[in-house]
Design a protein around this ligand. Structure first.
Ligand SMILES: [Zn+2]
Length: 371
């Protein structure tokens, strides 16, 4: 991946490139950022730049043998580790390498849920056990194939179990020469403090909405400018969320959420059953998107209700909804509505019955809206 293909983060890119050009390459670098922020593509661009045989001032050349191999994520000195689901026989990443390469090349903003979907391992937990830590150690004990440094990219190291994390710590403590670790994490708080202390921390912020809007229009040429901007705002700097909304029609979520809240406000019990069924049909990922979107809209309504409209970031029909719905909010219900949605998100992740869950939430929402 070239730096030029990574959305936004101009300052961060300049800093990372500057460090490499000045020979200040930390032994271990931890890139922490929220979902869809692009910490994985940044790490891949960093690796490509490190391994490039004809580095430019602002990017890798994209043409040397190393870059050609990196374009397919097949450089022999790029080692990869990531969460997988275990079978009786398979507990290391090698068996999943081809899948991981394919999915990251298709969507460099990949997250754990999309990866799980692609592996069709719906209810299996993705894990990193001690066998993966041993695999990392074994790979790094080999000599560099192309004579330069070796890069070990570990995606989501926070999912390592205790045995794997301790083993990784040992590897970090006794570094092989010319080895660069790139740890790509969504949640550094779950990492061992001892691992954190061995790595240089780079915080990757959420993307700017303007950058998301531009990137969306690049991917979806039919998308109008206003629509792209509205989605970008709604995604809150999460490229994966934005792509999901643009690809599946963002309109659908808005209409569902608005009509559902209206029905709850009018205490339409029969409609609540229909919405429960409709919710179930959306499928788990879409259900979570709807709830996240609902939380976003409610936050906007709360800002409007608290009379800080300069912070409200909605356009078009959402704006109309926010103006109207904020009038229903008060001290007694604003927090409760938010908590209902947050709890629903957690329960969907735990595979609760979607219809029952949504109907229950509808009844409680009816009470809250009249509180
Ligand atoms: Zn190159």
């Amino acid at each position: 991946m070239l730096f030029s293909k990574v959305i936004d983060h101009a300052e961060l890119k300049a800093k990372l490139i500057g460090n490499i050009r000045e020979g200040r390459v930390p032994h271990a670098q931890l890139l922490v950022g929220p979902r869809g922020s692009g910490n994985l593509p940044l790490a891949l661009a960093y690796a490509q730049y490190l391994l490039c045989e004809d580095k430019g001032v602002v990017d890798a050349c994209g043409e040397c043998p190393s870059c050609m191999q990196m374009a397919k994520l097949e450089h022999p000195d790029l080692h990869l580790a990531f969460p997988i689901f275990f079978t009786d026989k398979v507990k290391t990443c090698d068996a999943f390498l081809a899948d991981w390469r394919r999915e990251v090349l298709a969507e460099p903003y990949l997250d754990i849920e999309l990866w799980r979907d692609k592996l069709e391992s719906e209810n299996k937990q993705l894990r990193m056990g001690v066998d993966i830590a041993q695999e990392i150690q074994r790979k790094l004990s080999m000599k560099s194939f192309r004579g330069g440094c070796k890069v070990m990219l570990i995606w989501l190291p926070e999912l390592m179990d205790a045995a794997a994390a301790n083993k990784l710590l040992k590897v970090l403590e006794e570094p092989e020469p010319s080895t660069v670790f790139l740890l790509v994490s969504n949640d550094a708080e779950q990492l061992l403090a001892t691992i954190l202390s061995r790595a240089q921390l780079t915080k990757v912020p959420a993307l700017h909405p303007e950058a998301v809007a531009d990137a969306l229009r690049g991917r979806f040429p039919d998308l109008g400018e206003t629509e792209a901007r509205a989605i970008a705002l709604r995604s809150e700097g999460d490229m994966l969320e934005a792509v999901d909304m643009a690809g599946k029609g963002e309109e659908e979520l808005f209409v569902f959420f608005r009509d559902w809240l209206r029905a709850c406000f009018r205490k339409e019990v029969v409609a609540a059953v229909d919405f429960g069924e409709g919710f179930q049909k959306l499928g788990r990922e879409r259900q979570k998107s709807l709830v996240r979107y609902g939380l976003y809209l409610i936050r906007q309504c709360v800002l409007q209700w608290q009379q800080v409209p300069e912070l409200v970031r909605v356009l078009g029909q959402e704006q109309e909804f926010v103006l109207n719905f904020s009038k229903v909010l008060n001290e007694r219900n604003a927090d409760g509505i938010r908590r209902e949605l947050e709890t629903a998100h957690v329960h969907i992740e735990r595979n609760a019955n979607a219809k029952v869950l949504f109907m229950d939430m509808s009844y409680r929402m009816m009470g809250l809206l009249r509180a």
